[in-house]
Design a protein around this ligand. Structure first.
Ligand code: BES
Ligand code: ZN
Ligand code: ZN
Length: 489
């Protein structure tokens, strides 16, 4: 999607569709009133007929007569101005594209009423809204046809616009990359193929190196957790380490770590068929790490960033790890396996230990870790837990900057006893209660005293239906927060 800034009134731009964002206010915005006058009051009539008052997400589509500048006029409700934030900006942009994409090659948007601080997320929303996963259909034709977007505003400078478009394009490309990885079926996206994607990121950027460990190296290094999870699969595991070094030297080092289970059958503690479906998405954390590294390579922030992914399937083969097994993680801690379906935390134990060894000053992990987090927060919020309230705060603030919903859960010390083992240092599952929290408390054993935040993205990573502002399948949730976090400091 190509964006250009236009200083004219949006009514004077020639394009297939014009989008008129409207706050919930008594009068339509000036641009809408101007268009309404040319249409002889037809737009206002239609708005009245549809009871359009600017409520968030509500739209009115009007087909115009042949001699008009555009074929379609869209009123797009933004809700109350005082409630408007990055979340609404991102979603409204998604809706704008969903409503006009099938009928337009070019669209123009009246941006004159919106604060310029929302330009970036709005552009990201438009780009992300046009995402389609069509590569496995033999009749592969894109439904969304939008190629060019004119943003009409007199209040935005060309410089500001150019920085925002460049950034939004880099971010959206990375979100699309992440969504593709998650949407790819598990027979076509194995741990080794995921590793090849990581390699391609380092090949595409002069600032990024990539190290891949294979099955033997993983075992020899002492990564007992990742090894154990991989034993039941005939696909070999991979340990992926991408490192970004900034153009100008910096001492600050951050690690982002992502759960990379390319398919979670549950292992010997096999999932029932209904819960096993969609478990190709259990590498969403890994996909966010790869997507974020790709964006970081383009945006080149001034800090060192390590992207770390333990990648494996969780299967039931003859050598599969079993309940009662005790394994040793890279940091030397022993883990009693209670349930082989709590495999993500077991694989992450090594990845977090590895991050600590790198000497990073912060660790952020993303994982589709627990169904319990979905029970607690629903599908639309990620759960955030950590050992540093400052780091938790910065992550939550980045999430709100970009309009991704995240909510803190307490890392409740009282629940630590739930995962105390009688035979080993820790066990991989506690009781039924507080499952998202006990999972995080398990991970805590492997981060030493490094400031760390865990983001459980089990809910928002993958949607099983299409709504106004998201589409069936992978969402890429997390990339925009992480990129904001790593670049806005
Ligand atoms: N990958 C799942 C968690 C999950 C569930 C992600 C639903 C996305 C949607 C994880 O490995 C898992 O199976 N967790 C178990 C843990 C249990 C065995 C303690 C769960 O949540 O049921
Ligand atoms: Zn599992
Ligand atoms: Zn899992």
């Amino acid at each position: 999607m190509e964006f250009s800034l236009v200083k004219d009134n949006v009514a004077d731009i020639r394009s297939d569709s014009v989008v008129l964002p409207c706050y919930e206010e008594p009068r339509l915005p000036a641009a809408a009133r101007k268009i309404d006058r040319t249409l002889g009051g037809f737009l206002a009539d239609k708005a009245k007929l549809s009871d359009f008052k600017g409520a968030f997400g509500k739209t009115v589509l009007v087909d115009t007569p042949g001699d008009f500048n555009t074929k379609t006029v869209v009123l797009l409700g933004l809700g109350k101005k005082e409630n408007f934030s990055a979340l609404e900006a991102f979603r409204a942009a998604n809706i704008a594209v969903a409503r006009t994409g099938q009928r337009s090659r070019t669209i123009s948007v009246d941006f004159s009423g919106l604060d310029k601080e929302f330009l970036g997320v709005f552009l990201e929303g438009m780009d992300c809204g046009a995402y389609e996963y069509g590569k496995l259909k033999s009749s592969g034709k894109k439904k969304n046809r939008i190629q060019k977007v004119y943003i009409a505003s007199r209040k935005i400078s060309a410089d500001y616009f150019n920085t925002q478009t460049a950034r939004a394009s880099a971010v959206s490309k990375s979100v699309a990359f992440t969504r593709d990885l998650v949407n790819d079926p598990p027979n076509l996206l194995t741990p080794s193929i995921l590793a090849e994607h990581a390699l391609s990121i380092s090949e595409g950027s002069e600032y990024i190196d990539c190290k891949i460990l294979g099955k033997e190296e993983i075992r020899e290094m002492g990564m007992g957790g990742l090894s154990a999870v991989s034993f039941g699969s005939s696909e070999p595991p991979r340990f992926i380490h991408l490192s970004y070094r900034p153009p100008r030297k910096s001492r600050k080092k951050v690690a982002i770590v992502g759960k990379g289970i390319t398919f979670d059958s549950g292992g010997l503690c096999l999932k029932p068929a209904d819960s096993m479906r969609t478990m190709k998405m259990d590498m969403s954390g890994a996909a966010v790490v790869l997507g974020s590294m790709k964006a970081i390579g383009e945006l080149a922030p001034g800090i060192n960033v390590h992207g770390i992914v333990p990648a494996t399937e969780n299967m039931t083969g003859a050598s599969a790890y079993k309940p009662d097994d005790v394994i040793t993680a890279l940091n030397g801690k022993t883990i009693e396996i209670i349930n082989t379906d709590a495999e993500g935390r077991v694989a992450l134990s090594d990845a977090l230990s590895y991050a600590v060894r790198l000497g990073v000053s912060e660790i952020v992990d993303l994982a589709t870790l627990t169904g319990a987090c979905i029970v607690a927060l629903g599908l639309h919020n990620a759960g955030v837990m950590g050992n540093s309230s400052n780091l938790v705060k910065s992550i939550l603030s980045s999430a709100s900057n970009v309009g991704e919903k995240m909510w803190e859960l307490p890392l409740d010390a009282e629940l630590r006893e739930e995962i105390r083992s009688r035979v080993a240092d820790v066990k991989n599952v506690g009781s039924r209660w507080g499952g998202a929290i006990t999972a995080a408390l398990f991970l805590e054993n492997f981060v030493s005293d490094v400031p760390w935040v865990h983001i459980d993205i089990a809910g928002p990573s993958y949607m099983e239906k299409t709504s106004d502002w998201y589409r069936y399948g992978a969402t890429g949730f997390g990339v925009r927060t992480i990129v904001n976090y790593l670049t806005e400091r």
